[in-house]
Design a binder for this molecule. Sequence first.
Ligand code: UT7
Length: 321
Amino acid sequence: MTTIRIVGTGSCLPKQVVTNDDLAKIMDTSDEWISSRTGIRERHLVINETTAEMSAEAAEQALLEAGMKAEELDLIILGTVSGDHVTPSTACEVQSKIGAVNAVAFDINAACSGFMFAMNTAYAYIQSGIYQNALIIGAETLSKIMDWTDRSTCVLFGDGAGAAVVKADETGLIRFVQNSDGAKGMVLACQNRLNNNPLVENSKDLHYVDMDGQEVYKFAVSTVPASINQVLEEAGLAVSDIKYFLLHQANMRIIQSVAKRLKADPDKFPTTLEHYANTSAASVPILLDEVNKKGMLQKGDKLVLAGFGGGLTWSAAVLEW
Ligand code: UT7
């Protein structure tokens, strides 16, 4: 049966690096607090770069590795909660920047699961024969939707973009699971702009990310191992069959807890969060690109990808490289 195979990856981080010590100069925090609770030591934050520019750079790298021209793309799906415009979508901006004149492009809002949901959506289109290939992207400039007076949240996030090109093939994505639980959505929320029509009286400014960190932590450490176990069981595979688990990079303690619950070797969980912090939808494809560019993947390796976050949303996938 037709599935999708990843044939190219790419990533882009903004130039400016901001360390925990840098943050400690502008707010009441410390490297000790941030690194001991999260594993994060620094993050990249945009100054002039945009979500679309970083996405286009990541996309060009992925196309290069895939040996494809942008005009050959059928589909562009981009996961983000921090696009540059409400409209056009960031995916349409990327289409224009890279010259993917024959593609259809749209964004997906599944927060930190955005890249996973983009991949699963591309699978559905390609598996059904509607399209033959897709560019899937996760990209964020979260720094513009952070409340920089809320030290419990703003220190956790960073900006960046990651991309992959997928093509119809006989092997590749083996199985995925995806879920959402809207009833718990407000534990990680960011209000859109307030309605300023003349009939509405606005009282509270909620334009920034508002997170109940402990609730998100509890959600992550229970749903992520459960969804990975489910996808492995449905694929007829065991934890020991998997070379790497590429998890959404939110918190080192979450990743260690998942490894423990799966009874998996922690060395099978590569990380980038020390340097990039939590880049939401971008974290899984940035990590995938790093692992790929370091030459850590051989044809036939089995990988698990997993994302979780706002919505609430979560997804796990097992694939053959
Ligand atoms: O993509 C998903 C994104 N979300 C997440 O990954 C969040 C998951 N949750 C977490 O990672 C953890 O809950 C946090 C790292 C956010 C927080 O860790 P915690 O151990 O749950 O800390 P806490 O919220 O219980 O706060 C402990 C103390 C508080 O002080 P008091 O009330 O005990 O005096 C906070 O005010 O730490 C204080 N605090 C800070 N201190 C220094 C909160 N943020 C900071 C900070 N620097 N940046």
